[in-house]
Write a protein that binds this ligand. Structure first.
Ligand code: NDP
Length: 244
């Protein structure tokens, strides 16, 4: 990496996979714009850990589903600090239930955060990132549910499949600019998100016989952000213990 520090925006860095990604990328030498939904002071311990590994961090908070709020926060960020080198679209949520009983609200909440969030966060950053003329990275957290569907997650599967289409199309638009766009599609990873999942039943479906760790996903994202991955774009990379 060159001497000028590259900055990456990691959405949903307050916990789970996003937190592990932020720490790993900081260890790699990137400055981290750590994001969570609200109360950015919650990111203070993470920012301290990032400083302890010799990198820098700042905190941002907005609801990725709130287009106006995202635009305002990113405009301030761009004015104060300029465009980031890349974005890890990690923030996401699930609201599970069988489709027959699914409320419109559960559908809208999941689609608006997970899929509209892609537009809300990335679109305002695109032209500024392109105009930097120094390449860049976009990594989008999809899911195995977006590849093969998951019972009780019709809304989540739709959103995560939509992200794959969006990322592949965006990769085409950005490839000549040296900005790669890839999806990471995790299987079951140990975080708050799977707290209520039927663990014993799910374990039977995972050939590796265990649930994955956030650090394992972070290692993959680290590779995709590296200079070594400059020729990897428009891909969906599963990390699922063989559950696919
Ligand atoms: P967690 O529930 O542990 O963390 C979710 C993160 O996203 C938090 O930082 C949360 O912020 C943020 N977030 C959620 N909704 C919003 C919102 N509307 N606006 C802003 N921030 C929001 O999830 P995981 O770490 O498990 O998941 C991370 C990503 O990986 C998600 O996109 C998820 O869909 C995907 N994934 C996870 C899998 C798993 O098994 N865990 C499997 C496949 C994909 P805050 O703390 O402020 O609420």
């Amino acid at each position: 990496m060159s001497t000028a520090r590259r900055w990456l925006l990691v959405t949903g860095a307050s916990r789970g996979i996003g937190r592990a990604i932020a720490l790993k990328l900081a260890q790699d030498g990137y400055g981290i714009i750590a994001h969570c939904r609200s109360a950015p002071e919650r990111l203070a311990p993470l920012c301290a850990e990032i400083a302890a590994v010799g990198s820098e961090a700042r905190a941002l908070a907005f609801d990725i589903a709130d287009r106006a709020a995202v635009a305002a926060a990113l405009e301030s960020e761009l004015i104060a600090h300029g465009p980031p080198y890349g974005v890890i679209c990690n923030a996401g949520l699930a609201q599970d239930g069988t489709f027959a009983g699914m409320s419109g609200e559960a559908w809208d909440t999941v689609l608006t955060a997970n899929l509209d969030g892609f537009y809300n966060v990335l679109q305002p950053l695109m032209l500024p990132m392109i105009r930097q003329r120094r390449g860049g990275r976009v990594v989008v957290l999809s899911s195995v549910a977006g590849q093969i569907g998951n019972r009780g997650q019709v809304n989540y599967s739709a959103a995560k499949a939509g992200l794959i289409g969006a990322a592949k199309a965006l990769a085409l638009e950005l490839a000549s600019r040296g900005i790669t766009v890839n999806c990471v599609a995790p299987g079951l990873i140990e975080t708050d998100m799977i707290a209520a999942a039927p663990r014993e039943d799910l374990l039977k479906l995972i050939p590796a016989g265990r649930i994955g760790r956030a650090e394992e996903v972070a290692a993959l994202v680290s590779y995709l952000c590296s200079d070594a991955a400059a020729y990897v774009t428009r891909q969906v990379i599963g990390i699922n213990g063989g559950l696919c």
